[in-house]
Design a protein around this ligand. Structure first.
Ligand code: GLA
Length: 373
């Protein structure tokens, strides 16, 4: 009898422990035009929680414990939905239809040339004037359990922003009990098109952007990177990182070589704003980067299936806009690590292809795994 009661108690408790990750819906206010924006918070029993909002399927906050157990936000962002439209920084957004640049806003597929809006000097950036980051996505499913999950989708019309084919894009955010946040991007199309979906989170592991990231140690599992021209379009070269400020094969402080103006690529990027070619086989979820903040003890490992990862040090942030908790963000206040195909791949036949055909399913998966040291 006694053991039956204990058994029943264990059933309840064990079920609670095994189902500790929760997905909870909420509101994130409204845009200036009155459009309501919803939120979903994924939380686990290990002290981590993340908030996703329907505007841009954006990762609005990532709260992670430091080595002392202090729970703080490790991403930049805004408190108000409208700021994501007014301020062009792509904080935590889902970028599409094509993350990063397409030279002169033009590319050809099967002999036909497509013209996109040029919203970054002579080039198209992050899907054009109104990319996926500025669209309101739909929440398709959310669930609590051993993992907490939410899936959002956005249907982009044939010809939207100049891209061919109706595209259905999805992203599933999954938080588990190991403090791993996984993002699975997917897409299908009605006509041959190009696609590069990724997340543009700006990480600062100090917590609430207390300090800049120059002392963060970065490891990039990349033997080579793709140098750029003056408009940040890849030249086509795949340059070995050895002997350059781009060698992060061993953990190195972000700030150690960021001002080394002897290197033309540092000059052109105003620091780091480059695609690194991730070692190993694209398609395998492999470690691409490790970031460590020695002060807070927070460590983030990025695993990715993509062939490349854009490493950007917030070089365009100039202190003229204010993020969460009335914090002013400046150059070097965050690290972006955006897994994807290479910038301008549609104009480089020898880069891994960004083409998607009807009947195929595009997949881009990444994991941001947190621990302390
Ligand atoms: C990417 C680009 C940068 C910049 C940011 C957004 O990371 O590579 O040049 O445009 O997005 O500000």
């Amino acid at each position: 009898m006694k053991s039956a009661i204990l058994g029943a108690a264990c059933l309840v408790l064990c079920a609670t422990a095994a189902n500790a990750a929760t997905a909870t819906g909420g509101s994130f206010g409204a845009l200036a035009d009155g459009t309501k924006i919803d939120s979903v918070t994924l939380a686990n029993g290990a002290g981590m929680s993340v908030r996703i909002i329907t505007l841009g399927a954006t990762l609005q906050s990532v709260i992670v414990p430091d080595k002392q157990g202090r729970k703080e936000d490790v991403t930049l962002g805004y408190d108000k939905a409208q700021d994501y439209l007014t301020r062009p920084n792509y904080f935590g957004v889902s970028v599409g239809r094509y993350a990063n640049r397409i030279a002169k806003g033009k590319f050809s597929l099967d002999g036909k040339t497509y013209t996109l809006a040029t919203n970054d000097g002579p080039n198209s950036l992050h899907g054009g004037a109104k990319g996926f980051d500025k669209r309101v996505w739909k929440i398709d499913a959310m669930s609590s359990g051993a993992d907490a999950k939410v899936t959002l989708s956005y249907v982009s019309a044939d010809g939207e922003e100049g891209f061919p084919g109706q595209m259905r894009a999805t992203v599933t955010y999954t938080l588990n009990e190991k403090n791993e946040l996984r993002l699975d991007y997917g897409a299908t199309t009605s006509k041959p098109t190009v696609v590069n979906l990724t997340n543009h989170a700006y990480f600062n592991l100090s917590g609430n952007a207390a300090r800049d990231v120059m002392g963060h140690l970065v490891t990039l599992k990349a033997e080579r990177f793709t140098p750029v021209d003056a408009t940040l379009i890849p030249t086509g070269e795949r340059r070995p990182v050895a002997g350059t400020p781009f060698d992060f094969r061993k953990a190195t402080p972000v700030g150690a070589r960021i001002r080394d103006a002897r290197d033309t690529q540092i000059r052109l990027g105003r620091g780091y704003d480059h695609n690194f070619i991730v070692d190993g086989k694209a398609g395998d979820l492999r470690t691409a980067a490790i970031v460590e903040d020695p002060v807070s003890g927070r460590v983030m490992e990025v695993r990715a299936t993509a062939p490349g990862i854009q490493f950007y040090t917030g070089n365009f942030m100039d202190g003229t806009f204010f993020g969460k908790n009335q914090r002013s963000y400046r150059q070097g206040d965050a690290i972006c690590l955006e897994p994807g195909v290479f910038p301008d791949a549609p104009n480089h036949p020898d880069f891994p292809s960004a083409r998607l055909n009807p009947g195929q399913t595009y997949v881009n998966s990444m994991v941001f795994a947190f621990r302390t040291k």
